[in-house]
Design a protein around this ligand. Structure first.
Ligand code: MG
Length: 259
């Protein structure tokens, strides 16, 4: 028995030495035989997109959702009827009590550019001042609020993923000035139970060109009262929606790219 163990031990030593010897005899990388072209991929060629005149202007592959003139071709109210929101001086203005508006088109992963303006004449405070919202897939709100010298709960101010993520910084312009959101959204995937995310919705937001949400994950739909996780329900592509929160918030230059 002892002899057997000794043989196994010696065999192991032999094998280890052999492996070590092989390592030492490996040749160094023969980089002179690798040309740059061997690691360069040519096809398929990257699709060409014509950029806008400025970075706020729609590139050639964007869908224009509001061009300052017509609202009814792309938007409707919650009942599928023409909206009562009005177009005024090239801006789409929320009319109190008229309800949300949503796009007729349905979207999944997108890049969205949208410009918004809270009333120059300040009235109300906290959540009651210049409140609206950009709802991704109808249920995930990027808050729109007059957050210029207007404290409210931090994950409810402008640029928050409402009640889930506060913005990294408050980069709000004064009331009455136009502001921009550039949003990158990745739609969720669902587990077989349909009430749990396999991969959660993910959102990146630039507010007036400044990164304020860095690919954050959502816990569930936006809820005013309750726990977001309890409201997760499987969904597919859905509309982009703008909120009527009773304040005459205006929007313009809305375009979207499907990713
Ligand atoms: Mg809101």
């Amino acid at each position: 028995m002892k002899k057997k163990l000794l043989y196994i031990f010696l065999l192991l030593i032999f094998l280890l030495n052999l492996a070590h010897a092989q390592q030492l005899t490996l040749k160094p990388l023969e980089s002179d035989k690798i040309t740059p072209g061997m690691t360069e991929v040519m096809d398929p060629e990257v699709k060409i997109v014509q950029p806008g005149i400025t970075d706020s202007d729609a590139p050639s592959d964007a869908i224009i959702l509001f061009d300052g003139l017509d609202v009814n071709s792309e938007w409707e109210d919650s009942q599928g009827a023409p909206t009562k929101w009005i177009v005024e001086d090239g801006a789409l203005v929320c009319v109190k009590g008229s309800g949300i508006i949503k796009t007729k088109r349905k979207f999944s992963d997108v890049q969205l550019h949208i410009e918004w303006r809270t009333p120059a004449e300040v009235s109300g405070g906290g959540q009651g001042r210049g409140n609206s919202g950009v709802f991704l897939q109808e249920i995930y709100e990027v808050q729109v609020l007059d957050s210029y010298n207007n404290r409210t709960y931090r994950h409810g101010q402008a640029g928050s993923l409402y009640k889930q993520h506060a913005p990294l910084v408050n980069v709000s312009r004064k009331p009455g000035e136009w502001q921009t959101y550039d949003i990158i959204y990745t739609a969720p995937t669902f587990k077989s139970d349909s009430t749990t995310y396999s991969t959660p919705p993910k959102v990146t937001v630039f507010h007036n060109g400044v990164l304020i949400q860095n690919n954050v994950s959502l816990r569930g739909p936006t809820v005013y009262v309750g726990i977001p996780e309890y409201f997760v329900m499987k969904h597919g592509a859905a509309s982009l929606m703008l909120q009527d929160h009773g304040n005459p918030v205006a929007y313009r230059n809305i375009w979207i790219r499907e990713l």
